[in-house]
Design a protein around this ligand. Sequence first.
Ligand code: SF4
Length: 384
Amino acid sequence: MSGLYIHIPFCEHKCIYCDFYSLAPAVPSDQDQSQTTMIARFLACLDHEIDLQGEKFKSDDAYQTVFFGGGTPSLLTPAAVGKILKKLSAKFSIHPDAEITLETNPGTVDVQKLKNFRDAGINRLSVGIQSFHDGDLRFLTRIHSSETARSCIRDAFEAGFEDVSIDLIFSLPRQTPERWRFNLEQAVALRPTHLSCYSLIVEPGTPLFSMVRNKLITPLEPEADAGLYLSTIEFLSEHGYRQYEVSNFAKPGFESRHNKNYWNHTPYLGFGPSAHSYKDRKRWWNISDLGLYSEMLERGQLPLAGSEDLTGRQLQEETIFLGLRSGGIDLEKYREQFGYDLLETYKKSADSCIRDGLAFLQGNCFSLTARGYALCDEICLLFR
Ligand code: SF4
């Protein structure tokens, strides 16, 4: 089930809360010429990176997922995305039924462009909507309106996509339960196959972080955040979306295979600035700087920033953390891999989680309940 990830490091505008590596503006205006040159140079370097990695990993089994993330991959032309996919297929074996996702920003696509993405080989869209309130979208400095967001989802289905995910953000300053519920209602009415709902995180170094530090805005209290989170789980479950990870919900059969790879310690290869890779207990990552990324590849070097070999202890902790965040820990598999019984070793912690309704045991699987998901980070600490 291994996957390929391609990081496209361009955005039309940098959102105030975002700490992903991307450069903005990547398109319009009078700088058109130099921006076009920058994207063309990146695409040439990406092509070269795929060549170099392809040589190293050419004997790998077929890859089951491809994910274009960023940044804003939907800023690229469908022809450019098609060319990247063609190159990946030439260098790696990609399964004929692979899940191929494009992160899409409403406001960068129309129905024809979406049809062209589909013809280029994309079969799943993950659309960053974040809110259906125009005031929220302005606060988050998104480039689109709520109406553009709605038409983007309608266009996606009209273009022939059958697997469409919506991203939403909750816990905006002063957000009330009613205001958040409106977002969920609007999202569900559009009939996506998948939803990702994230709590707004104030990441250091972002404009949002400065606004909080300068007391221009006050983040929501943790209790209010937990209330919105639990109401999300309840609402989406009532509407047929099964929670399969802390922040992810899907109609049966539409869980993101690519995300599940990350949570299972399945190998993945990343391309583009800041992209991470993982294989054989080793993790490595690319430099988060487009200029240096390009220079290194033009010199024939892989654009690596660092790497680590996971120790047995790290692997255990990550297996617990990733398992609890998603579908649970397979206790039999865990014992085979690490040579001890997790629930025997942490009997007190496990018993108290089960007693307090935070976790449950089903067959060989130890999983969190909805209330447990809300306290996932704290619960993981009990198993260290
Ligand atoms: S569009 Fe996405 S990647 Fe780009 S700045 Fe906004 S949140 Fe970040």
